[in-house]
Design a protein around this ligand. Structure first.
Ligand SMILES: Cc1cc2nc3c(=O)[nH]c(=O)nc-3n(C[C@H](O)[C@H](O)[C@H](O)COP(=O)(O)OP(=O)(O)OC[C@H]3O[C@@H](n4cnc5c(N)ncnc54)[C@H](O)[C@@H]3O)c2cc1C
Length: 388
């Protein structure tokens, strides 16, 4: 069932989606509860994901990937999130790193890293957040000091997806502590594991289990100067921000997938469960919930597709990506709660998937810029578009 050698035109989108969906139903759905409830890393699924070519979805074909457009990518992310949102995280952080290298890397960096990333031989993590700085990235403390023909990194990162089982880390650092504004002194490095790199702890989480989130640190970690993303100091903040549009579209797609799963489970269950002599979907209180959930899911999907289309056209889409991320993640939260109400006591049981959706959904309101920040980004864009 490999799709890695498929041609990646629009006409093949259906074939690719069918392959992914078949894999999700046959291999992933039956083991989701086992892995998620044990918070166990799904090594066998990761090997299958490599065979399917999922680690190269958006990496251009010239570098060994599938080169799919963001519009197809969001459909795949949505399909994965409908079944097991966590394994989407394993691919998404990795592809965010691939996108950063493709957009901002030197030719040598692209030629060295992208084919390895496309095959899943190297698997990527993005190291931006620190114990004392998440939203305010200019407040990070990780420092890269010039030393001969390289740099020495010191500092800690927090919440890093793929931090334990990944092997290539995009690390946001400060190379000039006195720069004003601070972002001018920030630099992103492409670090492979080596002496001075340690994973300090795996964080226990409400949801988004099976994929690891870790605290990690760099202690006198030496790295050559040619591992600066793009080869030039001082552009790290722009690189981090430059990846956010696709990152937000990707979180929106996850939200759509999770919300749709909650909706589908609710449509099915409400026809099977009877109270007072009829299926609960025939009680107006339940029908109202289904109607509201379905409408929000569709609106979230349209916002996400629209942001992805703009991204594919090469246009700035902070506004659209922010709106899609905000609305789709809140829709996931809303639908997971409504699904729990519709399922009554069973919704609260670990035997059903609803409680997992309910635990997974809040992450999407936090990651890739919290929803508070999305609202501010949207407002700033509007003020720029319509000056008084
Ligand atoms: C499961 C998980 C996986 C993650 N994976 C990664 C990863 O792979 N790589 C990575 O780098 N990071 C990762 N993160 C970190 C994530 O990106 C941050 O948690 C997020 O950016 C928020 O930062 P913070 O947690 O430090 O919150 P803070 O920045 O401390 O914010 C706390 C609260 O203050 C609000 N706030 C902050 N500033 C403002 C403002 N100016 N105006 C209004 N409100 C504001 C926020 O909205 C929030 O409500 C992950 C997080 C989680 C939970």
């Amino acid at each position: 069932m490999t799709i890695a050698d498929a041609s990646f035109s629009q006409e093949d989108e259906k074939q690719i989606l069918d392959s992914v969906t078949a894999w999700l139903e046959k291999e992933v759905r039956p083991v989701t509860k086992k892995y998620e409830q044990a918070d166990e890393y799904p090594f066998d699924l990761v090997e299958q994901m490599k065979e399917l070519g999922l680690f190269g979805l958006t990496i251009p074909a010239e570098y060994g990937g599938m080169g799919l457009p963001a519009t197809t990518y969001v459909k795949i992310v949505t399909a994965i999130a409908e079944v097991f949102m966590s394994i989407g995280g394993i691919v998404n952080s990795h592809l965010m790193l691939g996108t950063l290298i493709f957009r901002f890397g030197t030719l040598a960096q692209k030629e060295y890293f992208l084919p390895k990333l496309a095959m899943g031989e190297l698997r990527g993590a993005l190291c931006l957040t620190e114990p004392d700085a998440g939203t305010d990235l200019q407040g990070i403390k990780t420092h890269a000091r010039r030393d001969g023909d390289g740099y020495v990194l010191n500092g800690s990162k927090m919440w890093i997806t793929n931090g334990m089982y990944g092997s290539l880390y995009a690390v946001l650092t400060k190379t000039d502590l006195s720069a004003k504004p601070a972002h001018k002194g920030m630099t992103m490095f492409l670090a492979e594991r080596g002496d001075g790199f340690t994973v300090d702890r795996k964080l226990k989480k409400l949801g988004y289990r099976s994929v690891e989130s870790v605290g990690l640190s760099f202690n006198d970690f030496r790295i050559p100067a040619e591992r600066i993303l793009g080869g030039v100091e001082g552009q790290g903040f722009q690189h981090a921000v430059g990846g956010l549009e696709l990152g937000r579209i990707n979180v929106a797609a996850r939200g759509v997938g999770l919300a749709n799963a909650a909706l589908k489970d609710s449509i099915r269950y409400s026809q099977q469960r009877k109270t007072f002599g009829k299926p609960i979907c025939e009680h107006q209180a339940i029908a109202l919930k289904l109607g509201e959930m379905a409408t929000r899911v569709e609106a979230a999907r349209l916002l996400t597709n629209s942001a992805a289309e703009k991204y594919v056209r090469g246009e700035r889409c902070d506004l659209e990506a922010g709106m899609a991320k905000l609305f789709a993640s809140e829709t996931a939260l809303y639908c997971s709660q409504e699904a729990m109400r519709i399922h009554g006591g069973y919704g609260y049981s670990a035997e059903f998937d609803i409680e997992r959706y309910y635990r997974d959904a809040p992450l999407m309101c936090i990651g890739e810029g919290t929803n508070e920040i999305q609202r501010i980004v949207i407002a700033k864009n509007l003020i720029k578009m319509y000056p008084a």
